[in-house]
Design a binder for this molecule. Structure first.
Ligand SMILES: [Zn+2]
Length: 120
């Protein structure tokens, strides 16, 4: 198999290992910058060792953790989708017209107030 081409973080340009599953993922440094439309930073976690996804604002307590499928936030002013990575951890990918997640179960914080996932 051919070696994958180099991958460069879409947020800062740093070179990272390429993953076909997440071809445009942000580096961890950029992922840590994820915030809402007012610049309020968030932290994302797996809900347990088996995976899952939850997030909170960094200035909130652990009780504020919101469990959902993923969150749309801003990284360096650009919309990004943060969600559970397949083998644990959290991955942040640019939100592009070809990679919009299904809206069910996804919080949106690109404004100044969190928007809960739409009800089915
Ligand atoms: Zn980066």
């Amino acid at each position: 198999m051919d070696e994958l081409p180099g991958h460069f973080c879409p947020g800062c340009g740093v070179e990272r290992k390429a993953f076909l599953r997440y071809p445009w993922h942000f580096c961890n440094d950029c992922r840590a910058l994820a915030c809402d439309g007012a610049g309020r930073r968030i932290d994302c976690f797996n809900t347990d060792w088996g995976g899952g996804f939850c997030w909170r604002y960094v200035d909130e307590t652990e009780e504020a953790l919101r469990t959902c499928r993923g969150v749309i936030a801003l990284i360096k002013g650009r919309p990004a989708y943060l969600h559970e990575a397949r083998f644990g951890g959290v991955v942040a990918e640019p939100l592009g017209s070809m990679s919009n997640p299904r809206p069910e179960g996804v919080c949106k914080i690109t404004g100044t107030e969190p928007v809960a996932p739409p009800k089915r």
